[in-house]
Design a binder for this molecule. Sequence first.
Ligand SMILES: Nc1ncnc2c1ncn2[C@@H]1O[C@H](COP(=O)(O)OP(=O)(O)OP(=O)(O)O)[C@@H](O)[C@H]1O
Ligand SMILES: [Mg+2]
Length: 227
Amino acid sequence: MPTIVFASPKGGAGKSTSAVLLATELALNGATVTIIDADPNRPVSRWGRLPGKPDNLAVRDDVSEKTIVRTIEEESTRAAFVIVDLEGTASRMIPYAMSRADLVVIPTRGSTLDAVEAVSAIREVRQQEEAFRIQIPAVILFTCTSAAIKPRTLAAIETEFKANGVPVLKTRLHDRDAYRAIFSFGGTAAALDPKNVRNIDAAVKNAQEFAQEIVALLRANRSGAAA
Ligand SMILES: Nc1ncnc2c1ncn2[C@@H]1O[C@H](COP(=O)(O)OP(=O)(O)OP(=O)(O)O)[C@@H](O)[C@H]1O
Ligand SMILES: [Mg+2]
């Protein structure tokens, strides 16, 4: 079943946060999900050991560059969705994971400096496409954006990506307390305690929209590939 890989050479771009949000939304909708935590710092595994992880969501961190492809293939026979969280620095797991991706999501914050790094992630995807002679759909995800305003810099970067044929997700993951809080308290954004965290409803809605757009994109890519 589809494999979605979160990649970006930029540290702190929002890979692990977005990967966990997608995984929990899919799991809450009833799908079986495996997240492969391919970051040696193991941020997703730490989240997974906290209380509240949905039972139909598994986290695996027993991966190395030698085993990542096998692990992705194994999990994709078992789970409806496989999600891979990669580390921010160069690693041979990046091309291996990309070679098995149905979709590469490249999270980026909305500054020009961050966008430059996102472009290098896109370039890496293109290199893997050439190396493996396959097509690897990739898409930019803006993270940590303001829910209230869309700054001109962000709009300009988005236009630039589109002009260069780089798809950008319509949904942006806004800067939300709830997205930080799940890594402290565990579980899903929806299950957070409103006494501890502000604006949970808006955060949940945003994460749902994100997951829906990813599922729609996977579906469109699949029917495009079959045509
Ligand atoms: N949408 C968001 N709203 C609020 N905080 C966010 C959001 N996205 C990321 N963060 C915060 O930004 C920091 C970096 O995010 P995260 O760890 O997800 O990035 P990363 O790309 O996985 O980093 P690394 O390259 O180190 O693996 C964390 O403190 C996280 O809580
Ligand atoms: Mg990370």
